[in-house]
Design a protein around this ligand. Structure first.
Ligand code: NAD
Ligand code: 6OD
Length: 484
């Protein structure tokens, strides 16, 4: 059986927190044993990260750090197939997704933030002084220190490096707590760190669960100078409370209940292609995915039929088979949660246009399968329409006017992402400006330029990462005022 260890101070070590099993979601089989970090291991990791700040890493020039970041990207690409297999085994997601999204983006994040830090400037101000002379102010960009990075399981390598890359670019050191469901690629990255010559202690990984375990040990550790987290809104609240001790800054990328708005004039084929991905990609386990769909009355029937057909078109099975287009959800627990909402939809009188249950998967009976599902007919206050389900499902409702579509989309405590489909430029601009979310896509979905601000409004998060916004979080500006 594969053993997955913690990575502390450049070494793979067994933790004092016991072990836990890692399951292959496609079959439910245990394929790895993960060593959980105890409090002492988290202490050691934070200590190693602190020491590295004062060691060779802290003395490195930006150009030297940038060189190492590029080697990290190359190092991931050189071991692409190993990262791919590890991600597929942990998540059950098809190779067609992991090979196009997770692993390439995992590598690209290092190159993007290498570019960013090379070109980032700080502000300078000249000023007049009362004695008739002058002074010059300029800001120096320094690292914040030791950053705690707490990650989810849906896009493990992508979302972890999305934070580790800018943190390292800014000269910080990190202690990463991957999701207990997906420990493998963060651990493998430790090997790449050593191979390319990242000094020991700069990148550390501690494994385990959240409350009362590695996650909480890390976020409540006084030696951590800043915390960056991606995951559920409720966990974000707990982490924010932990960060309040010592007044540590947090960046929170949280949950959503994202709306799609389709207008009568939308291009039907392109819309179905795009909205199909928004609803079902990664088995619906994308924070940016569309679980509420508002469709203008003139195109409503055609979207309902088209999306139901899309839902039925997915091929499920062995994720290592290139022809497979949909995998399982992450765990038995998450499957029970998603199917619980499927039951609530049925009990609430939803019309089920596609799916609605669990498929029979011969040869994969122990796997965490759920059917891609499309409903209509529920009220806006039904839990299926208000709660983040994080499964391959969406609820469709018709609307008549632009105002009504905007009001329905905004009627949520979340504010992460929207996707708008229209061929009218005026409609696109007007609606985009009124939607209370951090990210709006028009006639596309999950089209990413990594320099742009990324984050959520309302209960979907605090702060923005991406491009310069990441550098703002992962660095501290110190003003210097020189009397001339
Ligand atoms: P989660 O909040 O359950 O867990 C995320 C991480 O937090 C895990 O590593 C977990 O062990 C840890 N954790 C849990 N409780 C903790 C605590 N009290 N203290 C410290 N750490 C703790 O989320 P998940 O189920 O892994 O991921 C799915 C969620 O993530 C969804 O809500 C999804 O919308 C959200 N998400 C958001 C974004 C975004 O960019 N906004 C991206 C991906 C996923
Ligand atoms: O693309 C990204 O940078 C990003 N943070 C995506 C988040 C996806 C959520 O599941």
């Amino acid at each position: 059986m594969t053993k997955i260890l913690n990575f502390i101070d450049g070494q793979f070590t067994a933790g004092s927190g016991g072990t836990f099993a890692n399951h292959f979601p496609t079959t439910g089989e245990v394929f790895a044993e993960v060593s959980a970090a105890g409090k002492d291991d988290v202490d050691a990791a934070v200590g190693a990260a602190r020491a590295a700040l004062k060691g060779p890493w802290g003395r490195m020039s930006v150009a030297e750090r940038v060189g190492l970041l590029r080697k990290l990207a190359d190092g991931i690409n050189a071991r692409f197939d190993e990262f791919l297999a590890a991600e597929i085994r942990d998540t059950g997601k098809p190779r067609s997704i992991a090979s196009h999204i997770d692993i390439p983006r995992g590598a690209a994040n290092f190159n993007v933030f290498a570019d960013q830090i090379l070109t980032a400037s700080t502000e300078t101000f000249e000023m007049a002084t009362p004695d008739g002379g002058g002074a010059l102010n300029y800001a120096l960009r320094g690292p914040r220190g030791v950053i705690g990075v707490v990650c989810p399981w849906n896009l493990p390598l992508l979302l972890m490096t999305w934070k580790v890359a800018p943190a390292l670019a800014c000269g910080n050191t990190v202690v990463v707590k991957p999701s207990e469901e997906t420990p493998a690629t963060a651990t493998l990255l430790g090997e790449v760190m050593n191979a390319v010559g990242i000094p020991r202690g700069v990148y550390n990984v501690v494994h385990g669960f959240g409350p009362g375990a590695a996650g909480e040990f890390l976020t409540s550790h006084p030696g951590v100078d800043g915390i960056t987290f991606t995951g559920e809104t409720r966990t974000g609240e707990a982490i924010m409370k932990a960060a309040a001790n010592g007044v540590r800054p947090v960046s929170l990328e949280l949950g959503g209940k994202n709306a799609g708005i389709i207008f009568d004039d939308a291009d039907l084929d392109k819309t179905l292609e795009g909205i199909g991905r928004a609803c079902f990609a990664n088995t619906g386990q994308v924070c940016l995915g569309t679980e509420r769909l508002y469709v203008q009355r003139g195109i409503y029937e055609r979207i309902c039929e088209g999306l139901a057909e899309k839902a039925r078109s997915y091929r499920m099975g062995d994720p290592f088979d290139d022809a497979v287009t949909m995998g399982t959800v992450i765990s038995a627990e998450h499957r029970a949660k998603v199917l619980g909402y499927y039951d609530k939809a049925r009990a609430g009188g939803a019309e089920i246009l596609a799916g609605g249950g669990a498929p029979e998967m011969q040869g994969y009976e122990g796997g965490y399968w759920v059917e891609p599902t499309v409903w209509t007919g529920l009220e806006e206050d039904h839990p299926v329409v208000t709660d983040e389900i994080f499964g391959p499902c969406t609820h469709i409702r018709p609307f008549d006017t632009e105002e009504e579509g905007v009001a329905l989309a905004n009627n949520s405590p979340y504010g992460l992402a929207t996707t708008i489909w229209t061929t009218n430029l005026g409609t696109a601009h007007r609606v985009a400006s009124q939607i209370e979310v951090g990210i709006t896509w028009v006639n596309c979905w999950f089209l990413r330029d990594l320099r742009t601000p990324f984050g959520g409004s309302k209960s979907s998060g605090i702060g923005r990462e991406g491009g310069l916004h990441s550098l703002e979080f992962y660095s501290e500006l110190r003003n210097v005022c020189i009397k001339l």
